[in-house]
Design a protein around this ligand. Structure first.
Ligand code: URA
Length: 435
């Protein structure tokens, strides 16, 4: 087989066979196929696309490149995947919440990507918390307490890990079939029977329009169903940060507040209502993709009871303890600066991606691969789109553990991200669509 012939076939928009895809992917993973030929194939795929059959075949090949977790009763094993946003912290609550509802959640997550935050970075802001469990320990903990939250181990989909690294530096991340195969291979490898997708659209999402989000949701769903998963998706709005905080430890603190009913760094409970509401909605759908036979209203009641009774928090605390985290050692950061409204009026919109970039400027994310994040930095969002503000009123509070020289830059970005309107604003529902 000649690699250039396979690349040419894809370049000329023909469908590759499963054998041809396996030859390239396995050759690359084992080191026999060089970076330049895989890069060329990825770019050809970016422009030519892939059929549904090819996308499913690629998913299977990536899945077969590593190990798969197996649970005895996969009908009770579920997970959620979000396509990423700003202040999107629902995973931290969902895993223990669903465990408290009697399901198993083997959650494998990522670090921050682009302007968005990552679950692994957030968890690691808890002193001592380890996300690098072995696959065996991961499974053992899920069997024991119902959930574990880890980063992608080298044992899971090594082909995806290597190819994703190459895509990141060859401008081939934003390809629908490549995204679908990458995300779904890792989710299927977790051994789940059901998956809920939170596909975000808007100024803080990777997909800026509802239509693009729907295409991605349909692609991900198809691949999941081809591999025997029960899949549901929500299309949700990311035109403003979710909840009240953006960062790492401040987001963990917000999740703890939602699970305990306490307030958080001076923010009262209603300021994270949207985050709580979305968490409850996602959790309800996660029960729906499991084989717990339950009507939706009944599932929602069960979820709210597990959250409000403190059971979700108890499970979260157990998970922290087992993964080395010490909740008692958390020292919350202090507020050091505010950004105030420049005009009076209604908040018309936020450029949410820019708010995510401001958080990265403060040190909450990475600018280059090897940067260390500062877990203590972050920001509080005081106003939601549609809220009425007066000039001079605080819009954002900035938090840090130590002095942040980049704060001036971050404040400028935040200031520019806000648009004001004299007339009241019709707001968009948080959950736009579900299927
Ligand atoms: N996240 C992934 O894991 N893979 C992609 O391709 C994009 C986002």
């Amino acid at each position: 087989v000649i690699p250039a012939e396979i690349i040419k076939k894809k370049r000329n928009r023909f469908e590759l066979s499963s054998e041809e895809l396996a030859f390239m992917v396995n050759g690359y993973t084992s080191g026999q196929l060089p970076d330049y030929q895989m890069s060329a194939l990825l770019m050809a795929t970016f422009f030519s696309g892939m059929s549904e059959v090819e996308t499913s075949a690629l998913t299977q090949i990536m899945l077969d490149s590593g190990q798969r977790v197996q649970f005895e009763d996969s009908g009770k094993v579920v997970d959620k995947h979000s396509t990423g946003g700003v202040g999107d912290k629902t995973s931290l609550i969902l895993a223990p919440l669903l465990a408290a509802c009697g399901l198993k959640v083997p959650m494998m997550s990522g670090r921050g990507l682009g302007h968005t935050g990552g679950t692994v970075d957030k968890l690691e802001s808890i002193p001592g918390f380890r996300t690098d469990l072995s696959l065996a320990d991961f499974k053992k903990q899920v069997d024991e307490i119902g959930c574990a939250m880890v980063s992608q181990t080298g044992e899971i989909c090594p082909a995806d890990k290597k190819i994703y690294g190459l895509r990141d530096v060859t401008a081939t991340v934003e390809s629908l079939p490549l995204i679908c195969a990458s995300i779904m291979s890792k989710k299927i490898a977790e051994g789940i029977g059901g998956l809920v997708l939170d596909v975000k659209y808007g100024s803080g999402a990777f997909m800026k329009t509802e239509d693009n989000a729907k295409s991605l949701a349909a692609g991900l769903t198809r691949v999941g169903e081809d591999h025997g998963l029960k899949v549901k998706f929500l299309i949700t709005n990311m035109d403003q940060p979710l909840g009240a905080f953006v960062g790492n430890l401040v987001e963990v603190a917000e999740c703890l507040a939602i699970m305990t009913g306490d307030d958080c760094l001076g923010a009262e409970e209603q300021s994270f209502n949207d985050c709580k509401e979305l968490t409850i909605e996602l959790a309800t759908q996660m029960i729906q993709v499991s084989d717990l036979a339950m009507e939706e209203t009944e599932a929602r009641k069960k979820v709210i009871a597990a959250l409000d009774s403190g059971q979700a928090f108890e499970t979260f605390a157990k998970m922290c303890h087992l993964q080395g985290g010490n909740l008692g050692a958390i020292q919350l950061p202090t507020a050091f600066s505010t950004v105030v409204a420049e005009s009076s009026g209604y908040i018309e919109s936020y450029n949410t991606e820019q708010i995510g970039i401001a958080a990265i400027e403060l040190g909450a994310g990475r600018k280059t691969l090897n940067d260390k994040i500062n877990p203590l930095t972050g920001l509080r969002v005081h106003k939601k789109v549609g809220d009425l503000v007066e000039a001079g009123e605080p819009l954002f509070t900035l938090f840090a553990g130590k002095e942040v020289p980049e704060a001036t830059q971050a404040k400028a970005l935040i200031n520019q991200s806000v648009a004001y309107s004299e007339a009241p604003i019709a707001t968009t529902p948080l959950v736009l669509f579900r299927e």
